[in-house]
Design a binder for this molecule. Structure first.
Ligand SMILES: Nc1ncnc2c1ncn2[C@@H]1O[C@H](COP(=O)(O)OP(=O)(O)O)[C@@H](O)[C@H]1O
Ligand SMILES: [Mg+2]
Length: 285
């Protein structure tokens, strides 16, 4: 695999997507290492449910940024959905409760837990978190090893679904509606400010000058099928994938087993090349 095609990138976030097991984390780590070695201060974040950065870097990575031992310019972080939720509650909890409690009489935990089960809230917060890291300017590059694809993508729709969740919840809805008629409703102001935040985050992701998506797949029937589905999904969200990594390709087969496997891979590599090779996408093997 050659990373030279990515060398010219000035993007601030590189997102690696693909199904579990195709080599997303491995490719993310390799890429992060590559840029760190070129002198770019790089943070690798894994939000994969089965994070393996700790194994790759042979250290306990965990949910706070840590320098990777023995590698200059490289920092790593593994963050689970539970941790994301915990931080989200810390960040927004008091604000939400304050706004909601002007409308209804509910316990703190009840309010926060209701909001916290909103669809897409974890992804929303993850993006917000990444955008914060970008804005604070401490890193030249953030490499994001995403949760198996599809999930991460859907979040582009989710800020709106999330807002709907808040608006449509009967218990809130009637109160909010009544309050809206009667007095200024801080809860609606809060929803408006979140909408703005969600828009800022999704605009950042949609701007190819900031964010680049790299799809990882494997040269098998399932890999070809999944790549096709994911590329289609990206297009529906107005995003384009500029790089496709075909991982696990057998290079220079030197034994019967590898020769046979290589022969099996070739038709799928060709299919991927035919489908994506002549467009905007660079294929890296
Ligand atoms: N190009 C490769 N060559 C050899 N082993 C690989 C390669 N890519 C991935 N692996 C191995 O395959 C397994 C799954 O890779 P991983 O990066 O964890 O996948 P994902 O993050 O997509 O679930 C790991 O054990 C990893 O070491
Ligand atoms: Mg992984």
């Amino acid at each position: 695999m050659s990373l030279s095609d990515l060398d010219h990138t000035n993007k601030r976030v590189l997102m690696f997507g693909g199904k579990g097991g195709v080599g997303k984390t491995t490719c993310s780590a390799t890429t992060a290492l590559h840029y760190a070695s070129l002198g770019r201060k790089t943070l690798i974040i894994s939000s994969d449910l089965t994070p393996s950065l700790s194994d790759i870097f042979e250290m306990e990575v965990g949910p706070t940024e840590k320098p990777v031992k023995g590698i200059e310019n490289l920092y790593a972080l593994e963050i689970s959905p539970d941790e994301v939720m915990k931080r989200w509650k810390e960040k927004f909890g008091p604000e939400i409760y304050e706004a909601a409690s002007t409308l209804i009489d509910m316990e703190y935990d009840e309010v926060i837990d209701y909001v916290a089960i909103a669809p897409g809230i974890q992804e929303e917060f993850m993006l917000d978190y990444i955008l914060e890291r970008v804005k604070d300017g401490r890193y030249d590059l953030i490499v994001w090893d995403t949760a198996p694809a599809g999930d991460t993508l859907r979040l582009l729709d989710l800020p709106y679904k999330f807002i709907e969740h808040l608006r449509m919840a009967p218990r809130f809805y009637f109160e909010v509606r009544d309050a809206f008629k009667l007095k200024k409703a801080p809860f609606l102001d809060l929803i408006e400010s979140w909408k703005a935040l969600a828009k800022e985050v999704t605009d950042f992701m949609r701007d190819p000058a900031n964010t680049q998506f790299i799809l990882v797949t494997i040269p098998e029937a399932l890999g070809v099928y999944q790549a096709k589905r994911l590329v289609g999904e990206f297009e529906r969200y107005g995003l384009s994938i500029r790089h496709l990594i075909i991982n696990n390709v057998i290079q220079d087969p030197d034994c019967e087993f590898h020769k046979a496997r290589s022969a099996m891979q070739i038709p799928y590599i060709n299919m991927l090349a035919d489908e994506y090779g002549d467009g905007q996408m660079k294929i890296i093997q």
